[in-house]
Design a protein. Structure first.
Length: 347
């Protein structure tokens, strides 16, 4: 049986399943799934927990002995296997196949590890255990699913958020549910059920440094190049990771390019704001950028930042923050900047 994380609670109450397979690379969902399963079955009397960490040197006979043994401490036990590798070899496959033939209602078997690829899911041991239990693949939560996830977490924490705060949280913390969960809990502690406005959220969420990537993007959209350069200098002094900045800027340039294309095809700006989850306070910034950055400059900046990404990973002779400044200037002054090479020491 295969389910997804948002179906876990209902599935737990649908009857006992002797095997749980939890595989994926999204840490919040994995931790939450393991916690929920263990708490649920502890309430059912599964009081003893035995953990194994499985690598390529693991002695599978230990698992077989433990699964088959009578416990001195509890009549119902949970055996948890953390797989350091999803390739178990012949001994591992045979051991799990043997267990699948003697599944016991007093022993709960949990296996978890990194993402299981299609080939791994077709292996005999995996197919047999999935058939007799529950497979929970974990995928990144994005787009509308992320918005729904934030809304659920807000309800669980009795938060009263302005609609634009949902969009802010999604944009700031997409791809990092652990950090997002912490921020939601922090908002709950500080504000209770009071309405949380964008200003309230900004004062807490965007204060990690004097400047941050989010503020840099705002200045970029407004074409305030002087401020962009000053921010890049401060971010470099603060030790901000260059790869993070490259990702932020690349994402925004690509989004602007797509927005311009869709507007040329007849889509309205209001429709695009909904599609790209742009909250009201930031709409003027995007409107300004779309009106003042040409299609040619966007394409040029796209190529430029791809070069910066490559240089930052392969060549230590250049200051990548200087190269990023070049990209931001190119957005508004592409015709001038095309005469200047990123290889500034030898141009």
């Amino acid at each position: 049986m295969r389910i997804y994380h948002n179906q876990l609670t209902n599935t737990l109450h649908q009857g006992f399943k002797p095997v749980w397979l939890i595989f994926g690379d999204e840490p919040w969902q994995k931790n939450d799934s393991l916690f929920s399963i263990k708490v649920h079955f502890k309430q059912q009397g599964f009081d003893e927990l035995i953990r194994f960490s499985v690598d390529d040197k693991f002695d599978w006979s230990l698992l077989l002995q433990e699964y088959q043994a009578m416990s001195l401490f509890s009549s119902q036990r949970i055996i948890e296997l953390e797989l350091m590798t999803n390739k178990l070899g012949d001994k591992g496959s045979k051991a799990l196949a043997q267990i699948s033939e003697q599944l016991h209602p007093d022993v709960l078997l949990i296996l978890h590890g990194a993402k299981m690829d299609a080939a791994g899911q077709k292996r005999k041991w995996f197919k047999v255990l999935e058939k007799n239990g529950c497979f929970l693949p974990l995928y990144d939560i994005e787009g509308n699913q992320l918005n729904q996830w934030i809304q659920r977490q807000a309800r669980l924490n009795n938060l009263n958020l302005h609609p634009d705060v949902f969009l802010m949280l999604a944009e700031l913390f997409e791809g990092n549910l652990n950090a997002l969960t912490q921020e939601i809990q922090k908002l709950s502690i500080l504000f209770g059920q009071q309405l949380i406005t964008v200003s309230d959220a900004e004062s807490l969420l965007i204060k990690q440094a004097k400047f941050n990537p989010f503020q840099l993007i705002d200045a970029m959209l407004m074409g305030d190049i002087k401020k962009c350069v000053a921010m890049l200098d401060q971010l470099q002094q603060d030790g901000t990771a260059i790869n993070q900045l490259i990702w932020f800027i690349h994402k925004e340039i690509n989004q602007l390019f797509i927005m311009q294309e869709k507007i040329a095809q007849g889509d309205s700006f209001a429709t695009l704001c909904k599609e790209f989850r742009i909250w009201d306070k930031r709409k003027p910034l995007y409107q300004h950028a779309i009106n003042h950055i040409t299609e040619h400059n966007l394409a040029y900046a796209q190529a430029r930042i791809a070069d910066v990404d490559t240089i930052s990973k392969t060549n230590s002779e250049f200051n990548p923050f200087v190269l990023l400044a070049d990209v931001l200037v190119s957005l508004y002054h592409g015709e001038t900047m095309k005469h200047y090479s990123l290889n500034y020491e030898y141009a």
